[in-house]
Design a protein around this ligand. Structure first.
Ligand SMILES: Nc1ncnc2c1ncn2[C@@H]1O[C@H](COP(=O)(O)OP(=O)(O)OP(=O)(O)O)[C@@H](O)[C@H]1O
Ligand SMILES: [Mg+2]
Length: 402
């Protein structure tokens, strides 16, 4: 990271928007803002030339317009490492339009602010963070949040074994990947990560909830328990804690601190939607929703996706279908589910009661109890897909980090 003044190029045909964002960002002395009052497509290639002088390109766009998509692709094709592209879109865009933008290479898609209050939110924070800390953003660990479409569907099984597979031990005597992985059980009241890994009780989360302190690196160092294979785990409290006893800034601090010293931070989310989930979703690089193919579960998945993308439209959400092997040909039910969720169904975990029960009973991950079982192998493929997504994103950002 250099100490030169960081620069934002703001492109919008709407002078109200440019005034709103321009004047808000100008209050930050460390930032330089250049504004173009036209669309990206109207700039007709000039944006590509101007891009090399800026750290963040913040532009208003319409994903319906092919000329805009082409202009975005031209930008992403020639951007240098560390340049962040943030699209501002009308709040009514569909999920598939947001996906078209991220597919074209946009890093973040945010709703267009209409009032000064909207501006206090993500647009400004993101533009400032991206401009001031590009190098740090690229090197921080990746946050993968795991949630469920219904109780008992297998989200903790996924979180535990994903963390384990990312460390990379391949069974007895296997090689390690060298990745550092943290696993945080935020299922505050009903969390079972500790028993899945047979860990000693650790009540740091309860202490945070009761004392109200914001945790630092020192606190977290002492709070994490080493699980099998070297995953650092923060288990849920062993005693009852009210759901609203944690605060969003405490959860944000846990994740930000763990990201600095780990390559991956896996978060097992509670089923209830509480206010401290927002900082997890804001920071998540990927959200895995574990489901089966039942109609109520798919409906709930759809509701979760709509809820989480409302304020975070570019959040990468992947569906994990549990208790079902990948079909050779997808049935009508699969196709309808994929359509309802506006996503391909790529991640499948077979029903494998023997391996799942044995691992849970022995308090160990599948890589240590049944690495060659159908479920053990499928967990390896799931972890590989998470690594592939990271590499794809790193390539898009021109980073050399895995
Ligand atoms: N693919 C699978 N095949 C067979 N059993 C499974 C599979 N995945 C999970 N299980 C079993 O299902 C049970 C519930 O799994 P898990 O605790 O991971 O679900 P959850 O979604 O986290 O539940 P909760 O709502 O309690 O948080 C466990 O006994 C687990 O071993
Ligand atoms: Mg669970």
């Amino acid at each position: 990271m250099t100490d030169k003044t960081k620069s934002i190029l703001l492109i919008t045909p709407d002078s109200n928007i440019s005034d709103l964002i321009g004047s808000a960002l100008k209050t930050d002395g460390g930032l330089k803002i250049e504004t173009q009052t036209e669309t990206l497509a109207q700039m007709n290639g000039r944006a590509v030339k101007m891009m090399s002088d800026h750290d963040v390109i913040l532009f208003q766009t319409s994903p319906n317009n092919m000329a805009e998509i082409t202009a975005i692709e031209a930008l992403t094709a020639s951007r240098r490492p560390g340049t962040t592209l943030i699209a501002l879109v009308d709040g009514n865009v569909s999920l598939s339009q947001v996906r078209a933008l991220t597919h074209a290479g946009v890093d973040e898609v945010l709703p267009l602010p209409s009032t000064e209050e909207d501006l206090d939110g993500r647009v400004l924070k993101l533009a400032r963070a991206a401009a001031v800390k590009p190098a740090e953003n690229l090197s921080r660990g990746r946050i993968i949040a795991v949630t469920q479409a219904r109780g008992g569907i297998g989200s903790t099984t996924v979180a535990v074994n994903l963390a384990d597979q990312l460390v990379g031990t391949r069974g007895w005597g296997g090689r390690k990947s060298g990745r550092k992985v943290a696993l945080v059980d935020l299922d505050l009241q009903f969390g079972t990560v500790g028993s899945f890994l047979d860990l000693p009780e650790q009540d740091s989360l309860l202490q945070l909830a009761l004392d109200g302190v914001v945790p630092d690196a020192n606190f977290l160092d002492q709070s994490m328990v080493k699980g099998p294979n070297g995953v650092s785990v923060m288990p849920a409290p062993s005693k009852f804690a009210p759901l609203d006893s944690l605060r969003p800034d405490q959860v944000a601090a846990i994740l930000d601190t763990l990201c600095q010293s780990n390559d991956f931070v896996i978060v097992d989310l509670p089923r209830a939607i509480v206010n401290w989930i927002e900082p997890v979703i804001q920071r998540a690089d990927e959200l895995l929703v574990v489901t089966d193919m039942s109609v109520p579960a798919i409906r709930h998945c759809r509701r979760l996706i709509e809820f989480f993308t409302q304020d975070n439209p570019s959040l990468a959400i992947d569906i994990v279908v549990n208790h079902e092997s990948r079909p050779l040909l997808q049935s009508r039910v699969h196709r309808e589910a994929a359509k309802a969720l506006e996503r391909k169904l790529d991640l499948w975990l077979p029903h494998d009661a023997r391996a799942a029960t044995n691992a849970a009973d022995r308090g160990k991950p599948l890589s240590l109890t049944a690495p060659r079982s159908p479920l053990g192998k499928a967990m390896g493929r799931l972890a590989q897909s998470v690594v592939n997504r990271q590499q794809e994103q790193a390539r898009r950002q021109g980073s050399t980090k895995e």
